[in-house]
Design a protein around this ligand. Structure first.
Ligand code: OOB
Length: 529
């Protein structure tokens, strides 16, 4: 695939020789042993539907043939924007089988993001659902630059996902080194970036994760984060569970009202959440009547989980807590199931793979003294070597020897565990949702009353951070736009709602650093108190 940076030959040879990379394809992750010996075993519970391994395999094969008949081919990109439904899993496996790479958008994305993704990826098709509340995805789809729109549900003039149903054919098999999926980066620039993940690196990612998390056929895993997010998809996520032969239960959200009854009914053993959901669960568990005793493991990641709250998990929820510090770009850090409590509570885990290489460096790129805080750089068998079709950005995001600059500030303990101490990148982490300050500033600058805009994170007890937009208005001072008006403006531009500012401040001018950049530190300091 063009726009994809492969690993250099010596590392490729090493990752293959040492067994990190095999020949398994993402379309074949369903546990082969279960498929053979126990095809009736439940793979997926989605709403009222219970789908066995054999049935899921059959549906994936028939849908794959349907995609081929539609004209989707190996090497094509297909933007997929589906909520936590069986359709997501079927579409993902079907596309993987024909070697077309799904571009995984979040259900919250709107026209500005989806149009950009279709253009950047030159997508052959867009797969979506009918509507969510009063938002109609089909209406948005009408103006997108794609050949085919496939709808999971009432398709109107488009193709229904259920109608992509044809007798299975033997499709041309993708190569394990092909790009199998394109994940969205949290973003630090004006435009979102795509992360190419190959079949072999992503299969390693999910299988090694399943092993570290002790997932087996007995695992019952609840998906509450968007299935399109790396954490819920492959860390070990729903794909890791299907590879282990367990059962995946899909929930529409992490709200205790929806998740707790499912935990009780399905005897859920494991779940991945972001810290704000973990906090909600800790509160709700004290008064809820549901039986949560089946829970064995709560994975918490996406943003830093406070040590004192992590310490409450075993007592309140009756399960172990595992911190996960990961990124769609690759590197995953997990606290291990047998780590002493101190490490499980106070650190964000250690690298998944013995082949993960870690450097903690100062502003000049030199290694810091052991235990000091510095920027985390990494490379390894499942960490990207370049964003998709982004040569200029790649020149800045990687060292000459291929280490990815994470923009995260960490401290490494003698045990290899990392403690996340902050961030260098111009991004807001709003309870695990990542917002590129530059992207939001770009949208704000389009407002007719705005002369300049700067977006900063404000500490928040639940979300970790909230988003504050500072605006300098154009002279003559127009009526300053209210927060509600700014949000409505962004909605009108088709920006996902999670990126809307929570707070608005006006300034006459922005403070500058000695090199003339807007000093976000100083702006943030204005908000204290
Ligand atoms: C996960 O992936 P992304 O791509 O949405 O965001 C990655 C960034 C990291 O670079 C870091 O800044 C932050 O999110 N982050 C954490 C964290 N986990 C992620 N910061 C502090 N503590 C943590 N535990 O967020 C992601 C991907 C796979 C598994 C888990 C999370």
């Amino acid at each position: 695939m063009d726009g994809f940076t492969p690993w250099p030959a010596d590392l490729e040879a090493r990752y293959r020789a040492e067994g990190y990379w095999g020949d398994r394809l993402l379309g074949d992750v369903l546990n082969p042993g279960v498929l053979r010996s126990d095809p009736g075993r439940t793979a997926l519970v989605a709403g009222a539907e219970r789908i066995g391994y054999g049935e899921l395999d059959r549906r994936a094969a028939r849908t794959a043939a349907g995609f081929l008949r539609l004209g989707v081919r190996r090497g094509d990109r297909v933007v997929v924007q589906l909520p936590n439904t069986a359709g997501f899993v079927v579409a993902f496996l079907a596309l993987a089988r024909i070697g077309a790479a799904p571009v995984l958008a979040l259900p919250a994305h709107r026209e500005s993001e989806i149009r950009y993704l279709c253009e950047l990826a030159d997508a052959r098709a867009y797969v979506t659902s009918a509507a969510d509340g009063d938002f109609d995805y089909r209406e948005m789809a009408r103006s997108l630059p794609v050949e085919h729109v496939v709808v999971d549900g009432d398709a109107q003039e488009f193709t229904a996902l259920a109608d992509l149903d044809a007798d299975p054919v033997e499709p041309p098999r993708p190569d394990p080194s092909d790009v199998g999926v394109l994940l969205l980066s949290g973003g630090t620039t004006g435009l979102p970036k795509l992360i190419p993940r190959t079949h072999r690196d992503y299969v390693y990612n999910l299988e090694a994760s399943a092993e570290v998390c002790g997932f087996t056929r007995d695992t019952v895993y609840l998906v509450v984060l968007p299935a399109a997010h790396n954490f819920a998809l492959a860390c070990p996520g729903l794909l890791g569970v299907l590879a282990a032969g367990g059962t995946v239960v899909l929930a529409p959200s992490g709200s205790p009202d929806e998740a707790f009854p499912l935990i009780e009914r399905e005897r859920v053993t494991a779940c991945a959440v972001v810290p704000p959901i973990a906090l909600l669960w800790l509160d709700a568990a004290t008064w809820s009547e549901e039986d949560l005793s089946s829970l064995e493991l709560l994975q918490v990641g996406g943003a830093k989980f406070a040590a004192d709250r992590a310490a409450e998990v075993p007592g309140v929820l009756g399960c172990a807590v595992q911190q996960v510090f990961g990124m769609a770009e690759g590197l995953l850090n997990y606290t291990r199931l047998d780590d002493p409590r101190e490490l499980a509570e106070r650190t964000q885990g250690r690298p998944l793979s013995p082949a993960d290489e870690i450097r903690v460096v100062d502003a000049d790129g030199a290694p810091v003294a052991p235990g000091e805080v510095g920027e985390l750089l990494t490379r390894g068998p499942y960490t990207l070597r370049g964003y998709y079709r982004a040569p200029e950005h790649n020149a800045r995001s990687f060292t000459p020897d291929g280490f990815y600059r994470t923009g995260d500030l960490v401290r490494e303990l003698p045990s290899g565990h990392l403690v996340v101490e902050g961030r260098e990148k111009d991004q807001i982490n709003r309870g695990g949702d990542k917002i590129s300050a530059e992207e939001l500033e770009h949208h704000l600058l389009a407002h007719p009353a705005v002369h300049d805009a700067a977006v900063v994170g404000v500490p928040d007890p639940v979300l970790g951070e909230r988003t504050c937009a500072f605006l300098v208005l154009r002279p003559p001072p127009a009526e300053p736009p209210t927060l509600a008006a700014v949000r409505a403006f962004l909605r009108g531009r088709g920006v996902a709602a999670y990126k809307f500012p929570d707070r608005l401040e006006h300034a006459d001018a922005f403070p500058r650093t000695p090199v003339g950049k807007v000093s976000k530190k100083e702006l943030a300091a204005r908000l204290d108190g």
